[in-house]
Design a binder for this molecule. Structure first.
Ligand code: AHR
Length: 503
């Protein structure tokens, strides 16, 4: 019998849980927008052509902020193609995904959709093939009330109220050689700095995100962050992190420990940002917008999905449509644990992406929409992580991994809501073979009245929800919970993710 011990004390806090941690990402990529959120011919489409079944699922998922319109797509995007009368909008080559962009959906339509799902818009400007002027134009179009060229065009396009976008991304993954306009850290930092200063001349209170590395595995990682922040420190608020995980062959032990990599990544970026702060003798702290994270079978994309025929430029092709298993959901849940553990510095995050493209929600054209396995850890965490993240004392036996050495079998984080008094523990059991008894010392919480747990696990860790079997995997009540005088025990099944709420 494997045991792990956890001590919870609500006096030891990491920081407040920002709702923006539960953001997502919609890119003009594959079937995320077209045949995803938007399918005017579908029986469930509303008056604007948006699928109401998808809207319902996005609301159930509990998404706070949505990053748009890319991604790699944004580095070739002309935002003005997507506004104004639809019949006059141009079709364009999308070089990032070798597709044709019809521009049926643009900024105004997307803002309308966000109102329906009750989320905040986080808008990315193109700093790959464009620059300061175009960023100013889209800011004026989106946020200026009226009385100028661009703001009056928005009004004429049927949107009298400004969109009021607070968070803006200064380009996307400019360190990546695949990115249109890929540049050195210094070149990008100077452009981002000029753009940020100009945008703040329109509105000094905007929240601006500068591009960090597209992954901790990049050869320029660390140095990229240092140079970019030296160029931009006074003009931005966040630096971005992006991370995707997939198993290497059948090394599931390392895959289950992916959050170790995410922890190290976050801590390295925090250290670099604070180094620049120290060198500049600045009072200002730069936080992290972890604006792309997920499990992504990227090797499948490179080997199977990628469009390599130069003459083929399809509209909304099936790209990056990963089907997620129970194993993936457990890893995914552990990534959420890592983000919450760093809630003091990761104050915004975006699950990449939202619909059809490496997504928690899938759709079939003319058919149903369904929840992937990863939907559940996201929706439960978004719903139950309230108040502040707590510092925990966690003792767990370890197991050996090929990639990260000895790693704790159990990982966990807890949140506490000082107003309501509720506490929630999120825990993962990384053992593929053994259940673990998690013993929680919760005496510092006072008189706990009840505790209940929900887990995601299955005898078949490769089980997934599909068009044929959309409800194959769902969270299950974990009835192993025992509570006695401040001591709580819960059994974590092998390869599982669990949420435990204590009232
Ligand atoms: O989310 C898919 C792609 O991954 C994004 O377009 C890009 O920013 C990242 O490399």
């Amino acid at each position: 019998m494997i045991r792990a011990h956890l001590t919870i004390d609500p006096h030891f806090t990491v920081g407040p849980i920002n709702r923006r941690l539960f953001g997502s990402f919609v890119e003009h990529l594959g079937r995320c927008v077209y045949d995803g959120i938007y399918e005017p011919g579908h029986t469930r489409a509303d008056e604007d052509g948006f699928r109401t079944d998808v809207i319902e699922l996005v609301r159930e998922l509990g998404v706070s902020t949505i990053r748009y319109p890319g991604g790699n797509f944004v580095s070739g995007y002309r935002w003005e193609d997507g506004v104004g009368p639809r019949d006059q909008r141009p079709r364009r080559l999308d070089l990032a995904w070798h597709s044709t962009e019809t521009n049926e959906i643009g900024l105004d339509e997307f803002a309308t959709w966000l109102g329906k799902v009750d989320s905040e818009l986080m808008y990315a400007v193109n700093l790959g093939t464009r620059g300061v002027l175009e960023a100013l134009d889209v800011l004026e179009y989106a946020n200026h009330r009226s009385g100028t060229e661009w703001s009056d065009r928005r009004v004429a396009n049927g949107h009298p109220e400004p969109h009021g976008i607070r968070m803006w991304c200064l380009g996307n993954e400019m360190d990546g050689p695949w990115q249109l306009g890929h540049s050195t850290a210094q070149e990008y930092g100077q452009l981002a700095s000029k753009t940020a200063r100009a945008m703040r001349q329109i509105d000094p209170d905007l929240e601006l995100v500068v591009c960090g590395s597209s992954g901790a595995q990049m050869p320029t990682f660390g140095e990229w962050e240092r140079v970019v922040l030296e160029e931009t420190y006074d003009n931005v608020d966040f630096i971005s992190c992006h991370a995707y995980y997939e198993p290497s062959g059948d090394d599931f032990g390392s895959f289950l420990a992916s959050a170790v990599n995410m922890d190290r990544f976050i801590e390295a970026v925090v250290a670099t940002a604070d180094h620049v702060k120290a060198v500049r003798n600045s009072d200002k702290t730069i936080n992290i917008s972890f604006d792309e994270w997920n499990v992504w079978y990227q090797s499948r994309y490179n080997e199977v999905d990628k469009i390599t025929d130069v003459a083929d430029w399809p509209v909304a092709p099936r790209l990056l449509e990963d089907s997620y298993t129970v194993l993936d959901a457990v890893v995914f849940g552990s990534l959420l644990i890592s983000l919450i553990r760093h809630a003091d510095r990761v104050t915004s995050a975006s699950l990449a992406q939202l619909v059809n493209v490496i997504a928690p929600i899938m759709t079939e054209p003319g058919g149903p929409a369904w929840r992937q396995t990863t939907f559940f850890p996201f929706s439960l965490t978004s719903q139950l992580a309230r108040g502040v993240a707590l510092e925990l004392k966690l003792d767990s036996p370890t197991y050996d991994t090929e990639q990260y050495g000895a790693v704790p079998i159990v990982d966990a984080v807890a949140t506490h809501d000082p107003d309501e008094g509720g506490t929630t523990v999120f825990a993962v059991n990384r053992s593929l073979t053994d259940e673990v008894t998690l013993q929680i010392d919760a005496r510092a919480l006072g008189a706990a009245k009840s505790a209940k747990a929900t887990s995601i696990f299955d005898d078949d860790i490769h089980a997934a929800n599909t068009l044929a079997q959309p409800d194959r995997v769902a969270p299950r009540e974990n009835d192993s919970v025992e509570l006695s005088e401040g001591a709580i025990t819960v059994t974590l099944p092998p390869c599982s993710w669990t949420v435990l709420t204590v009232d």
